[in-house]
Structures are given as C-alpha cells and as structure tokens.
Ligand binder design. Structure first.
Ligand SMILES: [Zn+2]
Length: 341
C-alpha cells in the first residue's frame, strides 16, 4: 500500500516537473559576417564571441531547465534589430550579448557588463558607440534606427525608458556575471555599467551585454583567443545565469507582490474560519466582526474579516479578531482578487 502511494506521489511530482516551462535564454554573439567587430593583430571579435557563445550554450543546455536560442551559430551578418526580434519572438526570459572590448590604452584589461541606461560617463558612451556603429553596415538603418543618434548621449534618454521595467533584473544578472567572471577567471572586474546599446534597447526582457575582455591588451587577447580562456569565460557566465535564475525564482513571488502593491492591486484579508456550514456573511454570525466575506472552496466555505492594503492596519485587525475568540485567524494576501498564499 505504501509503495502504491509512493508511485502516485511520484507520478504527481513528475507531471508538475513536466509542466515547468524552461527558462529561455537568447545568446547573442556580437557582430558576424561583414562586421568583424574589433580587430587586433588579425584576431577578430566576431570569431571569439561566437566560440564563447557556443560553449556557453552547450553548458546551459546540459540542464533541461534552460532552453537556449542563438541569434547566430555561424559567421554571418545579422542586424541589431533582428537580434532583438529573435529574442522577442521567442518570448525569452533573458538576453545575453557577448562582445570583446578595445581601448586606446594597451593596459586596459578586465571584463565589464552593461545594462541599458544613460551613459554615466564618456567612457561608457564610447564603448556603446563603438558597438552601435554596426548599424551603418545595415541597409535601412536610417529608417530603422530613426530615433537614435549614436553620436549624441542625449538621444538615448527617452529610449532607455522602455527597458526600465527590466532594469533591476538586468542589473542582478549583470552583477552575477561580473562576480562569477572575477572569481572563476581571476581577471579584473570592471563592474556593472550602464550605457545606450541599441541591441539591448530592441529587447523586451532583462538584457545585458558582456564585454568579456580587451583585444587591445596583448595578454588578454591571447587569453580570449585560447580555447581554455573561452571555456573558462563560458562556464563563468553559465554559472552566473543559473544563479540569476534561482534568484529570480525565489524572488518572483516577492516581485509579484511588489508590482501588485505598486498598482494598488494587492490587499489583505484575515481568514477567521473554514467550515462546511454555509453561514450568512453577517457580523452577527461572527461575533460582531465586520466586514465579512464568504468564499466557496469545493464543499467548504472560507470566511474572511476585513480588507486593507496596509499591512500594519491588518495586523491591528488580526489582534481584534483573536481577542474575539478567532485564535487561529491569520492574514491572507490577495493579488488581483486572487488569494496569493
Ligand atoms: Zn562588439
């Protein structure tokens, strides 16, 4: 008999497992085809980032929780807007664009991760501007990117608002990428930065762009160009994405509540009783408490007291209910009219 229950339980948990939608990640290898990206000593950014992306995808695909979608898997040119379209169509949960950096200073080294935002300083602006240059290789760039003036930091102010909704999550993902790269590759952590990358602006989901290292720095160029280096970077980013995924899962209930609270769409009630008896929701049936709400659940009924958006006020009402004799009463959260816990 025990065994039988165990199988029922197993079947049940398996079906739950199967229902879990995979977490979709769009992996975007920067540049490609006629756009080599940065070139130093015949080392092409487009080749290095593609190798990193393919290794990263392979690493993530080992876990069925993740579904990987690539913007390119070989060396061909792909427009910036098309990269965003791929991610939006797939309804991806995260967009990760991988690039290599370059600097007039040969000493500059280390990795940095960008989320869309205002260029806080000139250097960030220059990095974004370089990556944005690619639009000039596209046929219809004048119409397609009419809102952008890549030479003007101000032109991005209005445009960055559209990614605002995802900013916190993008930063959380970027932070994890940075600390994982620093820890696992033992290279300089240049931090999480904000700038106006067109490719990030095209997406409607948390999005980040990783400048994995500097091709202008000889040591780093050799590292980036080595299989060991590419593998190390890919594994570091994969670890960070997994970490972000778990953080997100734990926080989704909290963030749902925060969003509902911001919309004024969250409130509390106190559950004072459940019963098979169908009582009228009037104060006289509940020791004078008012207002009372009745909810039918299968063959039973739940009875609630009060409705408040302020948790402090609700805690006061809870004390009142307990004093009246409803000692097992507790606070229940409602989001958009539905019980959340
Ligand atoms: Zn690039």
């Amino acid at each position: 008999m025990k065994k039988y229950f165990f199988y029922i339980f197993l079947l049940f948990s398996l079906s739950i497992e199967a229902q879990t939608e995979p977490f979709k990640i769009v992996l975007d290898a920067g540049h490609g085809g006629k756009d080599p990206g940065k070139v130093h000593k015949k080392i092409y950014e487009k080749d290095i980032v593609l190798k990193i992306i393919l290794l990263l995808g392979k690493e993530l695909e080992k876990d069925p929780l993740f579904k990987v979608i690539y913007t390119r898997r070989d060396d061909h040119f792909i427009e910036l807007y098309e990269r965003g379209t791929i991610a939006n169509k797939a309804k991806a949960d995260l967009f990760v664009s991988v690039h290599c950096n370059s600097s007039p200073s040969k000493d500059a080294h280390g990795s940095e991760s960008y989320v869309l935002g205002l260029h806080v300083n000139d250097i960030n602006f220059e990095v974004a501007k370089e990556e944005n240059q690619v639009i000039f290789l596209e046929k219809d760039y004048k119409e397609r990117y009419a809102g952008y003036d890549i030479n003007s930091p101000e032109s991005f102010i209005g445009l960055s608002i559209m990614q605002e909704e995802y900013l916190e999550q993008s930063i959380q993902a970027a932070k994890r990428v940075q600390s994982s790269l620093a820890e696992n590759t033992q290279r300089r952590d240049r931090g999480v930065k904000q700038a106006g990358f067109i490719v990030l602006h095209q997406t409607y989901m948390p999005a980040l762009l990783i400048e994995t290292g500097f091709l202008s720095n000889q040591e780093e160029r050799e590292y980036l160009n080595s299989i060991a280096g590419q593998q190390q970077i890919a594994i570091s980013i994969a670890k960070a994405i997994k970490n972000y995924y778990h953080w997100l899962k734990n926080n989704s209930q909290l963030s749902k509540e925060a969003a509902a609270a911001a919309r004024g769409d969250m409130y509390y009630r106190i559950q004072i009783a459940t019963s098979n008896k169908d009582l009228a929701a009037v104060p006289s049936n509940f020791k004078g408490l008012s207002p009372i709400l009745k909810e039918k659940i299968g063959n039973a009924f739940r009875y609630y007291y009060g409705k408040e958006t302020d948790l402090k006020k609700m805690e006061n009402l809870l004390q009142i209910a307990k004093k009246k004799g409803f000692t097992d009463a507790f606070i229940v959260t409602f989001i958009s009219g539905r019980r959340a816990n």
